[in-house]
Write a new protein. Structure first.
Length: 134
């Protein structure tokens, strides 16, 4: 019912409910700057990021969660999770002619999280083949 009453995404509802299970800082003071582009050679969406404020104490128990929103999606969906020690990844699922928005955040195993990063839009510039192979 939280999804309907508060008009929030499933992830947002989990974040809100999870906030009650531990003491201390819920939102970590970590800033994530996200960058993205479509690589013409590999035909993949590339994402890279920079983080400020990540400490070793947090890093040992944390991971990064990347979300994608296609035009037909109502909200951002989990794309993948990667190590906090990674600085880039790719999305193999961006279809020819498709555009998608991306955002990410850091999460810890105990449920703490960073604010969401900025959002980036990536467009797959490959031409969409028509029914006649055009």
């Amino acid at each position: 019912t939280m999804l309907y009453e508060k008009n929030c995404t499933p992830q947002s509802a989990r974040d809100r409910l999870g906030a009650f299970l531990f003491k201390g800082e819920v939102v970590l003071p970590i800033e994530i700057k996200l960058f993205g582009q479509f690589n013409e050679e590999t035909k993949k969406a590339q994402l890279a990021w920079e983080m400020k404020g990540l400490t070793e104490a947090v890093a040992k128990d944390a991971y990064l969660v990347i979300f994608r929103k296609r035009p037909e999606d109502e909200f951002f969906r989990h794309l993948k999770s990667v190590s906090v020690h990674d600085a880039h990844t790719v999305d193999n699922g961006l279809r020819p002619g498709e555009e998608a928005q991306y955002e990410m955040r850091l999460r810890t195993n105990e449920g703490r999280f960073s604010p969401y990063s900025n959002r980036v839009m990536i467009v797959n510039t490959e031409k969409v083949e028509g029914m006649n192979g055009e």
